[in-house]
Design a protein around this ligand. Structure first.
Ligand SMILES: [Zn+2]
Length: 358
């Protein structure tokens, strides 16, 4: 049976090792931990001779991929774009952020969302302790990440250290925990320039690839431009990393959908993650074209919504997370996308994308 009924219908602060410990210890402590587990070449798989476990690493512990339920794979609780040099826990009050953001999580919990993937990286406001408190209070699983954003939100030492060193730091945040919090990152979040990739971004993509090989964690890369997505897949291939571990974040910002097809064809995830009322028609077209082409197993849907803006009064203007489930999925259904396929797009696909095998 076709996936749709009638084609005609649709024509209508820096918290962590990344700065504090690095500056203090010059990485030796962190690297030691990882090297112990990984042997002399830590970017080689750590599990070659062991049976692999499938798991999801949330801010409150490890769960089975089957327990994730309905998933929003790309959202933000908070961001601080003040710059890598100035970002700090002193700039906000955790209680106020929790009080402000909790109702938005309650709202999606009531709509059936069980897992929220927080895509705010270090140096633009990642705070795993706030995420863990929110997760416990709202009763929603939350994932946080390791990795870096892009210029000008990179700490200065990014230029000085090698891809291997970055990978060791990031792997430590997945395997050992983020700084003294003990909270472990559940995936790798990076960002790239529009392409062709500049040297610092190539290094970051290489570091993410090696982190993946040490941990099994997915790489979600803020990408937008198709050429940048292809270039990243080439780097992954060169590093012998399975493209299935790569999420092309903000794909819907690339108007030439041929790049989406190519990324999906190569086995990576295409994420349409700026779904909201104003962009719904565009997203419906994109999604239906992908489904027409047979790429239903490569799609992820989210909103890139939120977020508490550190430095603005009461967090500034916050977009809630409910649109996708409350309005957009019913539109897809009304246009002929069956419940089973919606389940695949919002439950099965994202749980596969974020599953770590190790
Ligand atoms: Zn985002």
């Amino acid at each position: 049976m076709k996936w749709y009924i009638n084609k005609k219908i649709r024509k209508g602060k820096v918290t962590d090792i990344t700065r504090r410990n690095f500056l203090k210890t010059g990485l030796s402590g962190i690297v030691g931990l990882v090297t112990l587990r990984a042997g002399s070449a830590p970017w080689n798989s750590i599990t070659e001779n062991q049976p692999k476990r499938r798991l999801i690493q949330t801010v409150t512990g490890t769960i089975s991929p089957d327990a994730m339920g309905l998933i929003l794979p790309h959202e933000h609780i908070m961001c601080d774009f003040v710059g890598a040099d100035q970002v700090s826990k002193e700039r906000y009050n955790p209680d106020e952020i929790i009080k402000t953001m909790l109702p938005y999580l309650h709202e999606i919990k009531q709509l059936g969302v069980q897992t929220f993937v927080d895509c705010t990286p270090a140096y633009i406001g990642r705070d795993p302790e706030i995420l863990a408190r929110l997760s416990r209070t709202a009763g929603i699983y939350i994932l946080t990440n390791t990795g870096f954003y892009k210029e000008p939100y990179l700490p200065k030492y990014t230029w000085k250290v090698s891809a291997e060193r970055l990978a060791e730091m990031w792997a430590a945040e997945i395997l050992e925990g983020i700084s003294e919090t003990g909270i472990k990152a559940g995936f790798i979040k990076i960002a790239v320039n529009p392409g062709p990739l500049i040297p610092i971004q190539k290094k970051i993509v290489t570091a993410a690839s090696r982190t993946h090989k040490m941990t099994g964690a997915a790489i979600a890369s803020h990408t937008v431009k198709g050429v940048a997505a292809i270039e990243q897949l080439d780097i992954l291939e060169h590093e012998k990393v399975d493209p299935a571990s790569f999420i092309y974040v903000h794909a819907s910002g690339e108007p030439e959908q041929k790049y989406h097809f190519e990324v999906a064809q190569r086995g990576a995830w295409v994420e349409y993650d700026t779904i909201r009322k104003e962009t719904s028609e565009k997203h419906i077209e994109l999604i239906f074209t992908m489904l027409d082409k047979g790429f239903e197993d490569s799609l992820l849907l989210s909103q890139d919504s939120g977020w508490y803006r550190v430095g603005e009064l009461n967090g500034g203007k916050i977009n809630g997370y409910s649109y996708l489930v409350r309005e957009f999925l019913p539109i897809l259904e009304a246009k002929g996308v069956g419940k089973e396929l919606i389940h695949k797009l919002t439950v099965l696909n994202p749980s596969r994308a974020f599953t770590m095998q190790r």
